[in-house]
Design a protein. Structure first.
Length: 316
């Protein structure tokens, strides 16, 4: 059993998610303030005593990425200076995750830089959800809990209208995750092969698997500019039928992605999580949001109580 009080705090990136987690755990959200000053600096303060407490700080680092990351780092420093017992950074959306290697010479491995910053600021543990590359765990020398929203997203498609679907991986790198989707839903797996022509553009070359007569459910971890939405042509050229769905964890959803949702009548639905805020600008009739709050709440409680994160110890 835990000997130190558990407290949950949030930065300004996604307080609604933190409040939902607190409601599930029946605990008040900690009092803290962050102010973005006119000169673009960030000022943070903890507004209650936290000495010798186990702190779980929830802060996805989505747009504005650098502001939210800096706010997270400043709060980590503030908690350490306030003599907390431990600090766990709960980062549902990990920043710079797609910059996880040197594709060519003289590039920064930005995901590693973020890991180093978190450790240097005294973080005891990190939690993230559906990281772009699982190998990012290896950038840390502290415990890391990589969570997945896959079961939550897969449950959405346990409906009669999706019995004749196929799970589609947009590239070879996502094939393993897509295979788990397919196994959970007892659906066939299709893998698209693509080539990257620049940092922001790709070209799909061919499809492995039988999509003929089936409706596609395309999975991915992040949707930003909507390049994955442009990959439907080759599937329908191969005989796909019915409207396509997309199941993607992190809805960065830049304006051009929303434009593609509007323009392509073949797309029925985009199912995402609330790992980052789905603001009013991102709201769309085709966007369906699944909450990860209970997943985070169970994980936080299990860690605090000293159980494996896969065990069920929720009392509420």
């Amino acid at each position: 059993m835990a000997h130190y009080p558990m407290r949950i705090f949030s930065g300004s990136a996604h307080p609604a998610l933190a409040q939902e987690v607190c409601s599930i755990l029946q605990t008040p959200l900690g009092k803290a303030s962050s102010v973005h000053l006119d000169d673009s600096e960030v000022y943070v303060t903890i507004d209650e005593v936290v000495r010798e407490q186990d702190i779980f700080f929830i802060q996805p680092c989505s747009v504005p990425v650098n502001d939210n990351l800096m706010e997270l780092l400043l709060f980590l420093d503030a908690f350490r200076r306030a003599s907390v017992h431990s600090i766990t950074a709960v980062i549902p959306y990990y920043p710079y995750a797609r910059q996880d290697r040197m594709a060519r010479g003289r590039e920064a491995i930005s995901a590693k830089v973020v890991a180093s910053l978190l450790e240097h600021m005294g973080t005891d543990r990190v939690i993230f959800v559906d990281i772009h590359n699982p190998a990012i765990q290896g950038f840390f020398n502290i415990p890391v809990d990589p969570l997945s929203a896959l079961p939550l997203l897969a449950d959405f498609f346990r409906k009669p209208e999706y019995r004749n679907a196929a799970i589609v991986s947009p590239d070879v790198g996502r094939a393993s995750v897509a295979g788990r989707y397919a196994g959970m839903l007892n659906l066939p797996l299709v893998v698209m092969h693509k080539r990257r022509t620049s940092f922001t553009t790709t070209h799909t070359t061919h499809v492995v698997g039988d999509i003929k007569g089936r409706r596609p459910i395309v999975i991915d971890d992040i949707i930003a500019g909507g390049s994955v939405l442009k990959q439907l042509d080759i599937l329908y050229d191969q005989g796909a039928e019915g409207q396509a769905c997309f199941s993607i964890t992190h809805p960065v959803l830049l304006p051009r992605a929303l434009e593609l949702l509007d323009m392509d009548e073949r797309i029925e639905k985009l199912v995402v999580t609330n790992s980052i805020p789905v603001s009013s600008e991102k709201r769309h009739d085709k966007v369906e949001v699944v909450s990860i709050a209970r997943l985070l709440a169970e994980t936080i409680l299990n860690i605090h109580e000293g159980y494996s994160i896969s065990e069920k110890v929720m009392k509420v």
